[in-house]
Design a binder for this molecule. Structure first.
Ligand code: CDP
Ligand code: CDP
Length: 229
């Protein structure tokens, strides 16, 4: 039996990372790991505890007391913090608007990167985030960097919200995404950055299926290469 590959998928908010990562993982029977959900969970726990989100030691203490686990689900994976389901709570506007602050704390990143590397050790994993190809899995056999215009990404968020019955302004969403892009790309520790050896896919005008097929093809090529060596 061939050992599964490590597949890293990075990119800015709403580029389509989690949607395609999940489908690609299913196709190859790999484990899907949503690292953004991990940063969102720490943020939620810190907000609920009412701690100052820039108090690194306090937030780290909370993270150390929090077991973050995933369970497969449709249309989204279920996320748990100490067995307590947080799948929906971690997608709230409040968490979304505060997650980049928590994700900039070096000790929080260090602790989560350790957990992510532990999960990926056995291979057969598709992991999505901001720093997977650069920091978490620098030796991943397949690295993808997904991008799309800010306008297109805001429209995707808008449609997602609409489906959930939430009315938001497209202009606000565009500003929120642009701000998070800026914060994620400019922080001191492992900023959002394309790994030198990542394949960039612009999804602005591509369907989910087209993106999935491109990535699946790259995985197939790599599997064939590994087999022949
Ligand atoms: O789904 P969306 O693109 O909105 O974001 P996400 O993937 O759930 O990630 C939420 C936030 O977590 C990002 O805006 C980053 O600030 C942070 N994050 C990170 O710093 N590193 C990662 N590997 C994943 C997420
Ligand atoms: O994980 P990330 O924030 O990068 O994005 P996502 O949550 O997977 O995707 C954001 C939205 O864009 C979802 O509603 C997808 O259905 C949609 N999408 C799309 O319309 N076209 C694509 N090529 C990829 C995603």
């Amino acid at each position: 039996h061939q050992k599964g590959l490590q597949v890293a998928i990075d990119g800015p908010a709403s580029a389509g990372k989690s949607t395609v990562a999940k489908i690609v993982a299913q196709r190859f029977s790999y484990v899907y790991v949503d690292t953004g959900a991990m940063y969102r969970t720490v943020t939620l726990v810190a907000l609920q505890a009412g701690v100052d989100l820039t108090d690194e030691e306090r937030v780290l203490q909370l993270l150390e007391q929090t077991q973050i686990t995933f369970q497969p689900g449709e249309p989204v994976q279920h996320v748990f913090a100490n067995q307590h389901e947080v799948t929906e709570a971690i997608r709230s506007e409040l968490v979304t608007n505060n997650v980049s602050t928590v994700a900039a704390l070096p000790k929080i990143r260090e602790a989560l990167v350790d957990r992510q590397q532990e999960i990926a050790r056995a291979g057969g994993v598709v992991m999505d985030g901001r720093d997977i190809g650069t920091t978490v899995l620098p030796d991943a056999e397949v690295k993808i960097f997904l991008v799309a215009s800010v306008k297109q990404r805001a429209e995707r968020r808008y449609l997602e919200n609409q489906a959930k019955g939430i009315t938001t302004s497209l202009v606000d969403l565009q500003a929120e995404i642009a701000e998070r892009d800026y914060k994620d790309s400019h922080r001191a520790v492992s900023p959002l950055q394309r790994a030198a050896d990542a394949v960039e896919i612009d999804t602005t005008t591509l369907s989910i299926e087209q993106v999935v097929n491109q990535i699946a093809e790259l995985i197939q090529e790599k599997l064939a290469e590994v087999k022949n060596n």
